[in-house]
Unconditional design. Structure first.
Lengths: 248, 188
C-alpha cells in the first residue's frame, strides 16, 4: 500500500513561510531603496521635534568668524586664480537651508539626516556646510530627506588644502572626533594650528570652504605625514545647515 | 456603541498580537533618533541587541537568525555605509541568543543579560571594525583606524549598562503577550 505524503507537510503550503518570504522580500526592497521609506516615515514622526529659531544668535556669531577666515583666504586665492583657471563655481543662490532631523555623531555611523530631499532639489554629492565650515557631502536622498556623510565617517575621503604650506592632502574620517590628514610628502612642514580648507583643485567640493585646524602631527610613516584635524563645524550641536549644489 | 466597542477590541487585539513587531519597527527609529540624553559623549548602546536578546530567548535560534537578518537589512539601509554591513554580527548574535535559557534567579538574570549583550555588542563591533580594516587594507591607511576601537569599547560598556534594564522588561512584555496570544488561540 502506498503511503501518500500529506500535502500540508510541504513548506509552500504553510502560510507562515510565505509571510516570512514576503517580509524578507519587503526588507530587501527597503535595503535596495536605501531605506527611503523608513527615512520618510521618520521625517513625519520627528516633525514636531525639529529645531527652532533659538540658535540664530549663536549661528550668526559663528558665521561672522567663518566669514573673516574666508575673506582672508579668498584674497589670497583671488591672486592665484588670476593666474590659473578656476575649476569650481558655487554661488549662494544655489544654497538650500535645511534643518538637522537626525544625527549620529558617535560610534561607527557618522551621519546627519536633513529635512530637505529630492523634492526640494537636493542632489547626491552636494556639499553641506554649517556654522564653522564644511560638514560633509550628501550621500543619498529620499523624497523628503537627505543623508549626509560627515567628515568623521570612515566612508569620507576628501581632498583638502593646507594654506600656509600650499600643499594638497587627503582628509580621511576615522570614526572618531578627529579625522586624519594625509600629506603625501615626508618633508611637508605642517605644524599644529595650521588651517585646513577644501582644496581649490577638488572636483567634488567648492574651493576654500573652512574645514579645520591641525590638532597634532604624527611622526612621518614611509613617504607620508599624517596629522589629526580639529573640525571647525560641530555636527553634534548644529541644527541648521546649508546645502550647496556643485556645478561640475 | 457596540460597533465602537468591537472596533476598540479589534485594535487592542492587534496591539496585543503585534507588540514585539511594533517594538521591532521602533528599533531603527531609535537608531536614527540617537537621543543624546540616553548616551555618553555621543555614544549610544547598540539598540538592536536589546530587542534581539529577549526575542531570541523566547523564540529560539532560527527566529533569532531570521530577525537578526531582518534587523541588519533595515539598519544597513538607514545607515550610509554601503561598503560595510551589520548583518553578520546580528545574525550570529541572533543564533547565539536563541540557545540561551532564562535564568531562575531574578538578580543573576538581570546581570546575565548585561554580560550577554556586552559580549554580543563586542562581536558586532569587532566584525564591523574588521570590515573597515579590510576595506582600507590596500590603501595602507588601515593603521590610522586602530584608535577607533574606542567605539567598540564604548558600545560594549553602554549596551551592558542598558541591557539589564531593558532586556528584562522586554522579556516580560514578550512573555506576557505570547501567553495572552496562546489563551486567545486556545479560545478559538
Amino acid at each position: 500500500m502506498l503511503i501518500r505524503r500529506i500535502s500540508t507537510a510541504r513548506w509552500w503550503h504553510k502560510k507562515k513561510n510565505w509571510i516570512f518570504l514576503g517580509t524578507f522580500l519587503f526588507l530587501v526592497f527597503i535595503r535596495i531603496s536605501k531605506g527611503s521609506i523608513y527615512k520618510d516615515f521618520y521625517y513625519f514622526i520627528s516633525k514636531p521635534f525639529w529645531p527652532g529659531q533659538f540658535q540664530q544668535e549663536i549661528i550668526l556669531e559663528s558665521i561672522n568668524q567663518e566669514s573673516l577666515i574666508k575673506l582672508n583666504l579668498l584674497k589670497k586665492d583671488n591672486i592665484r586664480l588670476r593666474e590659473i583657471l578656476n575649476l569650481q563655481e558655487s554661488s549662494k543662490s544655489d544654497a538650500i537651508s535645511a534643518a538637522v532631523i537626525s544625527r549620529k555623531t558617535g560610534s561607527w555611523w557618522r551621519q546627519i539626516i536633513l529635512n530637505k530631499g529630492s523634492r526640494d532639489g537636493v542632489e547626491i554629492g552636494s556639499t553641506v556646510i554649517g556654522p564653522g565650515g564644511l560638514l560633509g557631502r550628501v550621500k543619498s536622498t529620499s523624497l523628503f530627506t537627505s543623508s549626509v556623510t560627515l567628515l568623521t565617517s570612515p566612508e569620507s575621503k576628501i581632498g583638502v588644502w593646507v594654506d600656509r604650506i600650499q600643499i594638497n592632502g587627503l582628509l580621511i574620517g576615522l570614526a572618531d572626533e578627529y579625522p586624519s590628514l594625509i600629506l603625501y610628502s615626508r618633508d611637508a612642514d605642517i605644524k599644529v594650528g595650521d588651517f585646513v580648507s577644501s582644496s581649490p583643485a577638488s572636483t567634488l567640493l567648492p574651493a576654500n570652504i573652512p574645514i579645520g585646524i591641525v590638532k597634532s602631527v604624527d611622526k612621518p610613516f614611509q613617504t607620508k605625514k599624517t596629522a589629526k584635524i580639529l573640525l571647525l563645524a560641530k555636527p553634534h550641536v548644529i541644527d541648521w545647515v546649508k546645502i550647496l549644489k556643485v556645478k561640475i | 456603541m457596540g460597533k465602537n466597542f468591537k472596533g476598540k477590541n479589534l485594535m487592542n487585539n492587534f496591539f496585543v498580537k503585534n507588540i514585539p513587531m511594533i517594538l521591532f519597527i521602533f528599533i531603527p527609529i531609535i537608531f536614527l533618533w540617537h537621543p543624546s540624553w540616553l548616551g555618553f559623549f555621543g555614544f549610544q548602546p547598540y539598540w538592536p541587541l536589546l530587542w534581539l536578546l529577549p526575542w531570541s530567548i523566547i523564540n529560539g535560534s532560527i527566529n533569532g537568525l531570521l530577525f537578526g537578518l531582518f534587523m541588519g537589512l533595515i539598519l544597513d539601509s538607514v545607515t550610509l555605509d554601503s561598503n560595510f554591513t551589520q548583518i553578520p554580527g546580528l545574525v550570529l548574535c541572533g543564533v547565539w541568543f536563541g540557545t540561551i535559557k532564562i535564568h531562575s534567579g531574578i538578580l543573576v538574570g538581570h546581570f546575565r543579560y548585561g554580560l550577554i549583550c556586552s559580549i554580543g555588542s563586542f562581536l558586532c563591533g569587532t566584525l564591523y571594525f574588521l570590515q573597515i580594516l579590510f576595506k582600507n587594507f590596500s590603501d595602507s591607511t588601515f593603521l590610522l583606524f586602530i584608535p577607533s576601537v574606542q567605539n567598540i569599547l564604548a558600545e560594549v560598556f553602554l549596551t551592558g549598562l542598558f541591557a539589564p534594564l531593558m532586556c528584562s522588561q522586554l522579556l516580560r512584555i514578550f512573555k506576557f503577550f505570547n501567553y495572552k496570544n496562546l489563551i486567545n488561540y486556545s479560545r478559538k
